[in-house]
Design a protein around this ligand. Structure first.
Ligand SMILES: [Cu+2]
Length: 134
């Protein structure tokens, strides 16, 4: 019992520390991109530079779509979840294929400020939109 009591302050301290660290590292609310009727919505979205971001890409179509960020995610650590098929090369994340009615989540921290276009590169799909990092 005495031992247990001696542990209480440590448990409290680590609990506090844990919630503090979790709070500091918590990414901002997820930002959603919807692929529907062969277009991305919204046309422009904004992410804060240097802050962890969660990008959710939802495919509402019966078609397969891809999310191909041009430059935004080069040499950036990207965590991918959901039911998409991601592709990587030596520069890092290249694209993710999203099945009909599929959903993908990308977690990353935008490094540089700027306007970054992304496309769907499937044949015949002229889908293009942009992410502004500032
Ligand atoms: Cu497409």
């Amino acid at each position: 019992m005495r031992r247990l009591r001696a542990l209480v302050p440590f448990v409290l301290l680590f609990g506090l520390l844990g919630s503090f660290i979790a709070g500091a590292a918590a990414p901002s609310a997820p930002v959603e991109i919807v692929a529907s009727k062969r277009a991305f919505t919204p046309e422009t979205l904004t992410l804060p530079q240097g802050e962890p971001a969660t990008l959710v890409i939802r495919n509402d179509d019966e078609d397969l779509h891809s999310f191909v960020p041009l430059l935004l995610l080069q040499r950036t650590n990207v965590q991918v979840s959901g039911n998409g098929a991601p592709e990587f090369n030596e520069t890092g994340f290249v694209r993710v294929l999203i099945p009909p009615h599929g959903r993908v989540e990308l977690r990353f921290t935008p490094k540089a400020a700027g306007t970054f276009h992304y496309i769907c590169d499937l044949p015949g799909h002229s889908m293009r939109a942009q992410i502004v990092v500032k």
